[in-house]
Structures are given as structure tokens and as C-alpha cells.
Design a protein around this ligand. Structure first.
Ligand SMILES: Nc1ncnc2c1ncn2[C@@H]1O[C@H](COP(=O)(O)OP(=O)(O)OP(=O)(O)O)[C@@H](O)[C@H]1O
Ligand SMILES: [Mg+2]
Length: 232
């Protein structure tokens, strides 16, 4: 029934290591990471500050390159690709959500979602507009679409950022502490929204977090400590 391609994991990291700097200044941020994530999983990546969560998210999403090891990203071996090919894959397959939202302050909520779709190159203006409305509606913010980020609460800004991350229907959503800058009630509402999207669309989610709520509700928790997956 399921095709051969479908049986491949969404992501497969083999012996991934990452160091920053050289000589005395060298930091081993990740050491020999082996990790497989299936299509449609909702994974929480947990670990103390400095344990390597952001580094791992950047590598599994093709934003950064490992020092050694391989990353299979939806069937593509990222190591073999040039920056231009990587960038094309990211713009099609990846949605990224940041702790501090990273919205463009001079643009309205609507334009923050629509503008990346226009840059993406796969959408005509009409379709980009329709998608931006659709996704702002899904995150419950269509009524505030004309406001700029500075006129929105933290939770509302994160909803705009979620709409932006999803509007091109990526296969993978990576979020780096998406509730880290929100109070716990607002954070919980954001977690509800991410889980709902995961269940409705089958989009794969990998989310780094310090939040016990998010950990408790994830399909799987991957623990990282000192740059290694903690098997215990
Ligand atoms: N660009 C860089 N240059 C040098 N060292 C870095 C760089 N980025 C990260 N590091 C180091 O790599 C290690 C892992 O950092 P990383 O940002 O991945 O941790 P983290 O788990 O995301 O932490 P936090 O919870 O504070 O966000 C840390 O020791 C950090 O100081
Ligand atoms: Mg981090």
C-alpha cells in the first residue's frame, strides 16, 4: 500500500557532529548524533541551555552544515547539495518558527505572511494573497491582519509567525523555543495550535523547548545533553 518513498523517515541523521571554532577555542556542540524522525511526528527536543538544541535544529533543517556525518532530509542527502539547491529545498519543504517571532516590524501581519510567499517564487500574487488570508484565519488572526507586529501581543505575534511558517505548506516545521518568550497560558494556546495543525495536516514538527507542557503533549521527547542524544 504505502510506497517505498513513504517508508523512508522524514529525517535521518547519522553520526552528525558539529564543532565551532578552532584549536583552544573549539566547541563541540554536537557529537555523533543518530536520529530518525518519521513523517507526521511531533517531536519535542529538550535539554539544558547550551546542550545543542538550536545547533541540531539548524542542521536537521539544512540551515547549517554538520562538521561530519550525514543528513537525509525527505529522501535528499543534504551533504551532497550546493547552497543554491539547499536554499530551494528549504523554501519548499521547511517552515521555521523562532522564539522572538522575527516578524518584519514595518509590515502588517498580513504582509508578514504574504511577502515571503511572493519571494518564494512559486505563487502568483492572487494565490499568495489567498494563502495569507487563509493561514491568518487558521491561527485566529484575520481580524488583526492590518496591524503591525508592535501593535500585537506576544502570543498574537507568534500566531502570525506560525501562519508565515505554514502558508507554503512545508513538510517540516521546525520551531526553536516557540513558547519561550510567552506566559504559560499564551504558550499553552500556541502548543494547542501547533498540535492541531500537526494532526490536521500530518506536517512533521520538531520543536526545541524548556516547557513541561509541551514535553508532556509531544508525540516523542528527544533529550539532548552536552551535544549527545541522552538515551537514559
Ligand atoms: N556560532 C557559534 N560559535 C561558537 N559556539 C557556538 C555557536 N553557536 C553555538 N555555540 C556553542 O555551541 C553549544 C550549543 O549551543 P546551542 O545554541 O545549540 O545550544 P541550545 O541548546 O540551543 O541552548 P539554549 O537553550 O540556550 O538556546 C554551546 O556551547 C554554544 O556556546
Ligand atoms: Mg537555542
Amino acid at each position: 500500500m504505502t510506497s517505498h518513498i513513504r517508508e523512508l523517515p522524514a529525517l535521518a541523521l547519522s553520526a552528525v557532529s558539529k564543532s565551532y571554532g578552532h584549536n583552544e577555542g573549539k566547541v563541540d556542540a554536537l557529537t555523533a548524533i543518530n536520529l530518525e524522525i518519521a513523517h507526521g511526528e511531533f517531536v519535542a527536543l529538550c535539554g539544558p541551555s547550551g546542550s545543542g538544541k538550536s545547533t541540531l535544529l539548524n542542521i536537521l533543517s539544512g540551515i547549517d552544515q554538520p562538521s561530519s556525518g550525514t543528513v537525509l532530509f525527505f529522501g535528499k542527502m543534504l551533504n551532497a547539495l550546493h547552497e543554491k539547491q539547499l536554499s530551494a529545498i528549504r523554501s519548499q519543504y521547511l517552515g521555521f518558527i523562532f522564539q522572538f517571532f522575527n516578524l518584519i516590524p514595518v509590515l502588517s501581519a498580513f504582509d508578514n505572511v504574504c511577502y515571503p510567499l511572493l519571494l518564494n517564487g512559486r505563487y502568483q500574487k492572487n494565490e499568495a494573497n489567498a494563502r495569507a488570508w487563509d493561514y491568518l484565519q487558521r491561527v485566529g488572526l484575520a481580524h488583526l491582519a492590518q496591524r503591525k507586529p508592535g501593535q500585537l501581543s506576544g502570543g498574537q505575534q507568534q500566531r502570525v509567525a506560525i501562519a508565515r511558517a505554514l502558508a507554503h505548506q512545508p513538510k517540516l516545521v521546525v520551531a526553536d523555543e516557540p513558547t519561550g518568550n510567552l506566559d504559560s497560558a499564551t504558550g499553552e494556546a500556541i502548543v494547542d495550535l501547533l498540535i492541531k495543525i500537526n494532526q490536521e495536516t500530518g506536517t512533521t514538527f520538531v520543536i526545541s523547548t524548556h516547557s513541561a507542557q509541551l514535553k508532556a503533549r509531544a508525540g516523542r521527547v528527544v533529550a539532548i545533553r552536552d551535544g549527545r542524544i541522552d538515551e537514559a
